[in-house]
Ligand binder design. Structure first.
Ligand code: DAH
Length: 341
């Protein structure tokens, strides 16, 4: 019987050695320490043994029991530690990995270009003046020397509203009247940025909504030379120090004389290329000397005051500067485009 107890201990400890995980440990416990285990049966039946054998078997049996219990506890702790270590290893977070970059918003290319334009004109003393997007026909046309029925109104395809006298401004020029009426009789140097709307076919070159930056200077003894100097300074700061300028005679009802402002092509410097359509020149603004009637409508006496005005398209400027070949990219909200600037 004592020998059998030795064998039980030996076998149980050997089996315990081979237990790989907590699930099998439980099975081992039931088999070797459970109620139906051989060891417990022997201990239960000690009383049935001959009297002289009982003390030795009881003592040895308990020793085996205690030994198995101690071995079980030690194994259990070892396995638990092992499983924890494995879990830690498996779920390890590499804190040295770079994080995922949060997508950053960016300044829209139109806004960015507008800010560059503001900065250049600010150096020349021009303030930013903002006027409304929804205009009275009176400001958009009439006070700009285009009475009802004037054929020049056809230069702008207009969005009309249900109110006959209200339009979406087709250009920023009506802001000239607002600025003059606000500042008269003070001299004025303002730029008027803002969105304009035209009932036009959308193409690579024209959108139904776009920005303009209007410029207006009114004072005593302002001449066309001032206009040319301001335009040249703008072009040189925006596109490079050796830009050349050219004025081409044109017509706008609100200026007299009127011109188109060209600069030599930034791609070919006048040689002729795809961008300038082989003319060597790029148009950057419409401009002119403020028409006496417009000065008058703004409150200034044209016998005393004179002024110049210009209007340019910042999207067109951005397109030239960044070699963008389609104006529709600006407002179609494609992040692949917008993210480039
Ligand atoms: N308002 C004109 C347009 O939208 C642009 C323009 C031309 C503005 C000449 C001016 C100017 O101030 O003097 O086509």
């Amino acid at each position: 019987m004592l020998k059998q107890l030795d064998e039980i201990q030996e076998q149980a400890l050997a089996a315990l050695e081979a237990v790989p995980d907590l699930a099998e440990l439980e099975a081992w416990r039931i088999k070797h320490q459970g109620k139906k285990s051989t060891l417990n049966q022997i201990l239960r039946d000690v009383g049935k043994l001959p009297r002289e054998e009982r003390p030795a078997v009881g003592k040895r049996g308990n020793e085996v029991k205690v030994a198995l219990e101690a071995a079980y506890e030690a194994k259990k702790q070892a396995l638990e530690r092992g499983e924890l270590a494995e879990l830690l290893e498996k779920d390890r977070i590499d804190v040295t990995l770079p994080g995922r970059p949060a997508p950053l918003g960016r300044i829209h290319i139109s806004t960015k270009t507008l800010r560059e334009i503001y900065a250049i004109f600010a150096q020349m003393g021009f303030q930013v003046y903002t006027a409304r997007d929804v205009e009275l026909d009176l400001y958009n046309f009439e006070l700009l020397n285009m009475p009802p029925g004037h054929p020049a109104r056809d230069m702008w395809d207009t969005f009309y509203t249900t109110r006959e006298d209200v339009v979406l401004r087709t250009h920023t020029s009506p802001g000239q009247i607002h600025a003059m009426r606000e500042y008269c009789p003070e001299p004025i140097r303002v730029i008027l940025p803002g969105k304009c709307y035209r009932y036009e076919q959308v193409t690579a070159r024209s959108e139904f909504m776009f920005y303009q930056v209007e410029g207006l200077a009114v004072g005593k003894r302002i001449t066309m030379t001032d206009l040319k100097g301001v335009m040249a300074e703008f072009a040189r700061q925006m596109f490079g120090a050796d830009r050349r300028m050219r004025f081409r005679a044109s017509y706008f009802p609100f200026t007299e004389p009127s011109v188109e402002v060209d600069m030599d092509c930034i791609i070919c410097s006048g040689e002729g290329c795809r961008v300038c359509k082989y003319t060597g020149w790029l148009e950057i603004a419409g401009a002119g000397m403020v028409h006496p009637i417009v000065l008058q409508n703004g409150g200034y006496d044209p016998a005393v005051y004179s002024g110049f005005a210009f209007g340019m398209g910042p999207e067109r400027i951005a397109m030239l500067k960044h070699d963008i070949d389609d104006i529709r990219y600006f407002f179609s909200n494609d992040l692949r485009f917008l993210g480039q600037f």
